[in-house]
Design a protein around this ligand. Sequence first.
Ligand SMILES: *Cc1c(COP(=O)(O)O)cnc(C)c1O
Length: 396
Amino acid sequence: MKDLTRCVVNPPVPAEGFDSLAVPVHRGSTIRFATSREYQSRGERGHAGYSYGLYGTPTTRTLEAKLTALEHGAWTVLLPSGQAANSFAMLPFLSAGDRVLIADSAYPPVRDFADRDLARLGIEAGYYDPTDVADLERRIDGRTRLVWCESPGSTTMEVQDLPAIAAVARRHGALVGCDNSWATPLNFKPLDHGADLVTEALTKYVGGHSDLLMGSLTVRDEALIPPIRGCLGRYGIGVSPDDASLVLRGLETLGVRMRHAAEGAAALAWRLSAHPMVRQVLYPPLAHSPGHDLWKRDFAGASGVFGVVFTDAAAPHVLPALDVLRTFAIGASWGGTRSLMAPMPIKRHRTARPWGGADLVLRISVGLEDPSDLLDDVAALLDEVSARTGRAAADA
Ligand SMILES: *Cc1c(COP(=O)(O)O)cnc(C)c1O
């Protein structure tokens, strides 16, 4: 073998005896076939086999298998973001003339995808009240192929009655999909409660360190795999094995991180709900939060993300008051090690269940800092909101 050839051909190195606890990163586009016959018949390898890097490597398959087991599903595919997981939970199952019914509290980009891209394909999107199964029942019809849930809902945190929703959908021959990013499969398993498809924004808690973007889509039934796999292949959607290995690392500490975040969130939620400038804290573990009883019935725990609704007088002063924060960072996304606050508009994203409160909900994601530093920050924020609200009242 000449040197230039040696440069590109890998010598055989035994992997035997190297039983690392870490999942190796397998990079690859080309998969080598031992014989022409194997290459010729590669299409018969199915979704579990290897034929091209885009369709999976041992690294991504390891993450998919872990998620499949945690979700109690049949198979999982990884996508480049949580939003991609939501889009590709819908696309393979909808055709021109079909309808999809989406919870009014869904992640806003899901609405945007439905209203623009699905509409362009002749698929009609409708929205239903996430807290009212009778409202879904009134809106669903024979053209509805998919009912989309997100429980609890983005920012406003409504917990949905998934078993009741799934029963309505099944009577009409519709699939049920659920975005489970808040709970993660540790705290809720939508497939056990009637969903056919479940998505996770692995970007958030599972990755857990604000350093990657990824999503997962897990199906309950093997029959749902080929339409999804085929669609992903045609659109050319795959993920980096390096990112998958970071998600695998994050997954190992998911349980302890979530428990710490939930404890910190509970302390902050209590502090905030006692303040006169706060109208309501939207956090399923709190008794007055929408769907609290359903959360108690169906969920094994909470994460550290919640929403804060201020009084109408205080709400306009929340945004500028955020500049007093020292430990919290101002920013979108959530589920990482750093605690975050982000002011979210709600009204423009609600049509089936109009939002009555001030058009700002402060979304708080509690991270892994010492909760006492976070409580100090919240106290300073509330003082600043109170001072600004008081000054505005005096000027009026
Ligand atoms: C952030 C988020 C997503 C999207 O995740 P990305 O990886 O950022 O695309 C989907 N669903 C919910 C509920 C989210 O909060």
